[in-house]
Design a protein around this ligand. Structure first.
Ligand SMILES: O=c1nc[nH]c2c1ncn2[C@H]1C[C@H](O)[C@@H](COP(=O)(O)OP(=O)(O)OP(=O)(O)O)O1
Ligand SMILES: [Mg+2]
Length: 214
């Protein structure tokens, strides 16, 4: 585990081309006074995600950004695992949305694959996973993981968030991630203990690497 700190004023690359994730990281990092820029904004290419684990893909993305810029980077590799689909789409969650991304089609495919197995989508068990990787210019790196369990709903509900948010209902809640504000989806202290997979992973990262300035 690194003892390094992302000090206020540090320039940090968010190694993503996903605008929804970037918006969440901007929000999560706002209290820490860190100057962030995304890989997409820097015009960096999207590295091939050839890993067999979320943590591996996260490391590939963060290392590519640090190598290209000489700056520390944070990446996120995440996905939705549906129990009745043996964990699919899992590592292929982004791929199910095609290129360019179409998440209505991706959610439709989840619904369709469940229907093929005779399973009702509403109530089907699922969870989101996120692995965040921080890489430093000297090659040091650290991984933080988070997950959130819940059920699917069909039809999807809500227009907030991104990706598969409108079809995911976290356990203990009445509204999908698509019906929550960003703050509710994060569910961070002092109001909550961390709700989304990304926010739960971020808590570990923040405790280890960030000093609160506001
Ligand atoms: O909170 C979430 N709410 C809804 N959907 C989500 C979430 N978190 C991940 N997801 C889905 C959509 C995303 O496309 C895929 C991850 O794929 P993943 O490769 O990690 O991200 P990506 O290709 O969209 O962006 P990038 O690799 O540039 O960071 O899982
Ligand atoms: Mg990706």
């Amino acid at each position: 585990m690194t003892s390094r700190h992302l000090a206020p004023g540090t320039k940090l690359v968010i190694a993503t081309h996903n605008k929804g994730k970037l918006a969440e990281f901007r929000d999560l990092l706002r209290p820490y006074g860190i100057d962030i820029v995304s890989a997409a904004e820097l015009g960096l290419p999207e590295p091939e995600e050839t890993g067999t684990l979320y943590a591996e893909n996260a490391a590939i993305k963060a290392r590519a950004a640090t190598t290209a810029t000489g700056l520390p980077a944070i990446s996120d590799d995440s996905g939705l695992a549906v129990d009745a689909l043996d964990g699919a789409p899992g590592l292929f969650t982004a791929d199910w949305a095609g290129n360019p991304r179409d998440f209505d089609a991706a959610m439709g495919r989840v619904n369709h694959e469940l229907a093929l197995r005779g399973i009702t989508t509403t109530g089907a068990r699922a969870h989101f996973v996120a692995a965040l990787c921080v890489t430093w210019p000297d090659g040091d790196e650290a991984i933080f993981e988070g997950r959130v369990f819940g059920t699917l709903v069909w039809p999807p509900r809500g227009a907030a968030g991104f990706g598969y948010d409108p079809m995911f209902l976290p356990d203990g809640h009445q509204r999908t991630f698509g019906e929550m504000t960003a703050t509710e989806k994060h569910g961070l202290p002092p109001e909550g203990q961390g709700l989304s997979h990304r926010a739960r992973a971020f808590i570990g990262l923040a405790q280890t690497l960030l000093a609160k300035t506001a």
